[in-house]
Design a protein around this ligand. Structure first.
Ligand code: NAI
Ligand code: 15L
Length: 268
């Protein structure tokens, strides 16, 4: 288990609750925060504090003494620019300032939507071009760039998790490729936190998908550096889900799926 407390932002959200339960059960000392109350019983040794990510001094205080920041808080789906910018840009800056002050490692919940406008026929490595599919994806791409700045200028380590679709189970055909099980997420966060080194660069990108045979879009990443390999698979859901496509050619063309088609006005 980690030697220092671990700060988890977005603790009251779907993945925050999953991680709180799982990491708390492993005996981790968790500092939890969100702008809405934590709805579950707190694991032993965990503390929850309400805070807005836009409140920089509050985030600095929360991170005091922490060795890792699991940054899961923020807007988690596509929204107008003005809605995204506060939580996901200003809030992210506060989280990185806290990591810099504490010399803590950042584990950033990035998203496949940072690269969502790559076509499904492409096979991407971790150094592929960013191709955000909306203002939300753009905020995740900015987060990865900010992590690069804090690495190069201040030596802050980052694990950038380009999470696919992390839900209890896959629910459509796209998720036969993109699904990440909760158990694989938990193991991923454990390795991202405990890995003694992030290699010579000081940061790694990880494609956050389970061991799905339809995941033919994402290839090389830093999983060997942290010692993670997914163990679950969406394959068993294929008979039930392979017909569950959208019928929309834009959605089916791009890796980001539904987000790419929102407010889409290209005509050619
Ligand atoms: P969620 O929306 O359930 O949780 C996000 C949490 O952040 C919420 O509890 C919300 O109250 C909190 N939050 C939002 N703005 C805040 C602010 N200004 N200050 C403090 N807290 C704030 O999302 P979910 O599904 O748990 O995702 C967690 C993270 O993982 C997000 O950053 C999301 O972008 C990322 N992610 C999730 C994926 C998934 O499949 N669930 C896929 C890719 C990325
Ligand atoms: C995300 O980034 C979202 O947070 C999540 O709600 C899903 O939409 C996921 O991507 C996905 O692409 O399935």
């Amino acid at each position: 288990i980690p030697q220092k407390p671990v700060l988890l932002t977005g603790a009251s959200g779907a993945l925050g609750r999953v991680l709180t339960k799982a990491l708390g059960a492993q005996g981790w000392t968790l500092r939890l925060t969100d702008r809405v109350p934590f709805p579950d019983p707190l694991p032993e040794g965990a503390r929850f504090q309400l805070a807005d990510l836009e409140d920089g001094p509050a985030i600095l205080r929360l991170a005091e003494g922490c060795g890792t920041i699991l940054h899961f808080g923020g807007i988690s789906v596509e929204h107008p620019f003005e809605t995204v910018i506060g939580p996901n840009i200003r809030g992210l800056y506060h989280a990185y300032e806290a990591a810099r002050r504490e010399r803590a490692r950042m584990v950033f919940a990035s998203s496949n939507h940072a690269i969502g406008f790559h076509e499904r026929t492409e096979l991407l490595d971790d150094d592929c071009a960013l191709a955000p599919d909306g203002y939300y994806g753009l905020s995740k791409a900015y987060g990865e760039l900010m992590g690069g700045l804090y690495r190069d200028k201040h030596g802050v380590e980052s694990v950038f998790l380009r999470i696919g679709s992390c839900f209890p189970e896959p629910i459509d055909a796209r998720m036969l490729a993109t699904w990440l099980s909760y158990a694989d997420l938990t193991r991923l966060i454990t390795r991202a936190t405990l890995a003694p080194s992030l290699g010579p660069k000081g940061s790694v990108v990880i494609w956050g998908a389970s061991n799905n045979s339809r995941m033919t879009w994402w290839r090389r990443d830093g999983r060997d550096v942290i010692g993670w390999a997914p163990q679950d698979s969406a394959d068993a859901y294929a008979p039930a889900l392979e017909g569950k496509t959208s019928g929309n050619p834009v959605i089916e063309r791009y890796q980001g799926g539904g987000f790419t088609a929102l407010d889409y006005s290209r005509t050619e």
